[in-house]
Design a protein around this ligand. Structure first.
Ligand code: ES4
Ligand code: ZN
Length: 322
């Protein structure tokens, strides 16, 4: 039995397996520039974040209808459930779909259909977090938030905002205004920072964007003062070990700083990021760090416990203190 866990760093578009990509391409009459699923998998030779993103955005061309988004999310939730995921906070990239002429309604209704049945069908509770593409303009992010208004909690499934895509050269402060607007709407706030970008981006995400959780945050280890702050303030980090290896943030998994980060008292969680591209889902990431880093059963339980502590779930203590 896999450890029960929450998945907090998962891009739904990154769960598009080659088999489903080809099935959706056929259904929608989209021509893919790969002969077959093997050829597509062979193309997964990333050298950094940008080379991955180029392939990732290209393959999204097959996602066109509400059914496509529902099938994508349902396939992910089934796989996640099989690996012990009981709660998933799922990212999506609305701008990547709007730019292709796919409406917000299509995306959210499709994802929402799968999410609505998830507890009953897969035993996985869910929330949706919309990410702004940091290599697009701040004005585009604001426009996207406006478009998403009918779909925000509590009426809709979107509980929070995030920030993703190409990090270096696009510091968090660029998105101050849209994060202020999101906070005013009662949305939760997270941001990718310190994946490829410097530790200063993590500090900025906390100070300027009010981020409650940092996605990746790996490069905090370069700044002891920042580590001390993250420990003191119990800021969760959503680490993605297999992603870090595939995108070369670390050379090999055995050199991942996760054990040192846990020893330092950081609230680390282990997640899958883009599992169809990086070689595994949440449980696969747990297994990989267990083997490569020799994590003890206590450490693995700590990681699983951290995932629920860091989730945007209502905790018993919250309820009692009301
Ligand atoms: C992403 Cl690994 C990663 N980093 C930044 N943005 C992303 N979007 C999807 N996967
Ligand atoms: Zn990510």
């Amino acid at each position: 039995m896999p450890l029960p866990k929450a998945e907090l760093h998962l891009h739904i578009e990154g769960t598009l397996e080659p088999e489903l990509a080809f099935a959706l391409a056929a259904r929608n009459g989209v021509e893919l520039p790969y002969a077959d699923t093997d050829a597509l998998r062979t193309a997964y030779e990333f050298t950094d974040l940008q080379s991955f993103l180029d392939l990732y955005y290209g393959l999204m061309a097959v996602l066109r209808t509400e059914d496509d988004f529902a099938d994508l999310a349902d396939a992910y939730l089934a796989r996640a459930a099989a690996q012990g995921v009981r709660h998933a906070e799922i990212f999506f990239d609305p701008q990547a779909h709007l730019a292709r002429g796919v409406a917000m309604e299509t995306v959210v209704a499709g994802l929402g259909r799968a999410l609505d049945r998830s507890e009953a069908v897969h035993g996985v509770s869910t929330q949706l977090i919309m990410c702004f593409l940091r290599d697009e303009s701040a004005a585009s992010a604001l426009e996207t938030l406006e478009t998403a208004k009918p779909y925000l909690a509590p009426q809709g499934p979107i509980v929070g905002v995030g920030l993703d895509s190409a990090e270096v050269g696009h510091p968090p402060a660029k998105f101050r205004e849209v994060y202020e607007a999101a906070a005013a709407l009662g949305l939760r706030r997270v941001a990718h920072a310190g994946e490829e970008g410097p530790p200063a981006y993590i500090t900025e995400a906390l100070d300027v964007l009010g981020a409650e959780r940092i996605d990746h945050g790996l490069r905090c280890v370069e700044d002891p003062e920042l580590v001390a702050r993250l420990v003191r303030d119990r800021v969760p980090l959503t680490l993605c070990p297999l992603s870090n290896v595939r995108l070369r943030a670390v050379d090999v998994l055995a050199e991942h700083p996760l054990p040192a980060m846990l020893d330092a008292g950081l609230l680390c969680t282990v997640n899958s990021d883009d599992p169809a591209y990086f070689g595994g889902y949440a449980g696969d990431n747990f297994d990989a760090v267990r083997v490569a880093l020799g994590l003890s059963p206590e450490r693995l339980r700590e990681l699983a416990r951290n995932s629920f502590l860091a989730a945007f779930l209502e905790h018993d203590e919250d309820r009692r203190s009301r």
